[in-house]
Design a protein around this ligand. Structure first.
Ligand code: PLP
Length: 487
């Protein structure tokens, strides 16, 4: 008799063994992460390995694990390393990784229906409302990140403030809608404007002060000018932690303007928002509760494995109204598997969604808010230490005030601006390719700077001392080679 096919193994014992091998491999890698390079470029040989034809026959899990060990695991982003400080990356955690595997086994679809993953996600959303002091009646949904959270929030804001039924008729049904964010705000905001049919230029970039915070007075002037021109201002996006410098906008001033002008207040708190849990930033970030919506990430300063973000929205009815559009095959019932309304597909554009909430739940339960908050505060203290190290070095200069966890500095020799830009780019490239450290670069006031963003629970103060000494060593080296080449 012919065997009918399945993907399940014949040898369950061998399967258990494969899992043990995998766990050993990953845990050993995590345990020794400090000893290895921060990052290494993927060799051409390895890149070529991923140009194979579509596999017709299967291979054993143990074969694939060897492939993973040799060709995949060593060439990651490097954000698990204690000296990874590029862009804004979380550093991951064992509890989150374990939950990721468990979620794979459950294989839940959290678009809707009545099963436990929905209750876990609602639990996580309730905790988020607690963190930002949103009312119990608020709603929320876990997302791939702040980019998706922003798109969801701005869709709700657009529908609420359009003054016409743009949901049914499209944006041409109303006046041209415009919004505001600081010139330092993240690019996901203008992307959302584009995706919502509003146009990127409809997001006005408001000038910032010398601490890189949106200027409320300029915001007010822009709103008046737009109203006078017949446009429909609808949203202000306040940044809590900008990517370049970690600037936090003046939330009270912006909230006042929104209230007076009838605008939706959205906060981009991607990484900085969670600093609200620390003693140092509690008072400054208390007014986050004034927002109509907040988008933020678990995968940055809470170190939940990618991807995991969230958006919370104060007006649940507006939120559901923007996304609930179920057809006959998705009707809810009072009882049975089709019960448990409202469903998460009523709060966002996606129907099928994975069990992201499990890794967030594991992270929060496993480490507790006190420890996660202490690690955020520790990173801010480390940023202050790095600031002091930079200020003490005669050939380094600080390029932006250090408020949160980001330090922007550069090495300066007696050279013109272009040469100094090139020098600092080269320093960062060498720090990365030699596996010493991974800061990134950015442009501040037109100059290339070395940017260190500490969202890393493995960083120790010594790592920052090493960064400063290696930066200066490489800077001197590059500078002397330039001189030799020029001679
Ligand atoms: C990372 C980041 C975003 C985008 O978030 P994703 O999770 O990458 O989609 C938006 N705003 C700020 C300030 C960020 O740091």
């Amino acid at each position: 008799m012919d065997e009918e096919l399945t993907l399940d193994p014949i040898d369950w014992k061998a399967l258990r063994l494969s899992f043990q091998i995998a766990a050993d491999l990953c845990i050993s890698n995590m345990e020794a992460v400090r000893e290895g390079p921060v990052w290494e470029p993927t060799p051409d040989r390895v890149k070529a390995h991923f140009k194979e034809a579509l596999p017709q026959e299967g291979a054993s899990l143990n074969t694939l694990l060897r492939d993973f060990e040799e060709n995949i695991l060593p060439y990651g982003t490097g954000n698990g390393h204690p000296r990874f400080w590029g862009w804004v990356h979380g550093s991951g955690s064992a509890a989150g990784a374990l939950a990721e595997m468990l979620a794979g086994f459950m294989n839940s679809n959290v678009g809707g229906r009545d099963h436990i993953a929905n209750y876990v996600e609602r639990q996580v959303i309730d905790w988020c409302k607690d963190i930002f002091n949103f009312p119990a009646s608020a709603s929320g949904i876990l997302t791939s990140g702040t980019s998706m959270g922003t798109l969801i929030a701005l869709n709700v804001a657009r529908n609420e403030k359009a003054g016409a039924d743009v949901q049914a008729l499209g944006v041409s049904a109303g006046r041209r809608m415009v919004g505001y964010a600081s010139a330092e705000a993240h690019g996901c905001n203008s992307k959302a404007f584009d995706l919502l049919g509003l146009g990127r230029q409809s997001l006005r970039m408001i000038a910032v002060d010398d601490r890189f915070r949106l200027k409320p007075e300029t915001l007010r002037e822009n709103i008046s000018a737009d109203k006078a021109a017949g446009f429909q201002p609808f949203v202000v996006i306040a940044s809590v932690g900008t990517v370049n410098t970690g600037a936090i906008d003046d939330l009270v001033a912006i909230a006042d303007i929104c209230r007076a002008e009838g605008l939706w207040l959205h906060i981009d708190g991607a990484f900085g928002g969670l600093a609200r849990l620390t003693g140092r930033f509690r008072a400054e970030l208390e007014p986050m509760s004034l927002a109509d919506s907040i988008a933020f990430d678990f995968h940055k300063w809470f170190h939940v494995p990618y991807d995991a973000g969230c958006v919370i929205i104060k007006d649940e009815v507006a939120h559901r109204g923007a996304f609930s559009a179920r057809r006959e095959y998705l009707q809810s019932t009072e009882s049975g598997l089709a019960g448990g309304a409202p469903w998460f597909c009523d709060y966002g554009p996606e129907l099928s969604r994975g069990f992201r909430a499990l890794k967030v739940w594991f992270t929060l339960k496993s480490y507790g808010i006190k420890r996660l908050a202490a690690l955020i505060e520790q990173n801010c203290t480390q940023a202050k230490k790095l600031e002091a190290l930079v200020q003490a070095a005669p050939d380094l200069e600080l390029c932006a005030p250090v408020h949160l966890n980001i330090v922007c500095f550069r090495m300066v020799f007696d050279k013109d601006g272009k040469a100094t830009d090139a020098l600092n780019k080269q320093i960062v490239a060498l720090l990365q390719t030699e596996g010493i450290a991974a800061p990134s670069t950015t442009t501040i006031n037109g100059e290339t700077v070395i940017r260190v963003c500490i969202t890393n629970h493995r960083t120790r103060s010594d790592d920052l001392t090493l960064l400063v000494s290696e930066t200066r060593r490489l800077g001197v080296l590059i500078n002397s080679q330039d001189v030799n080449l020029g001679a």
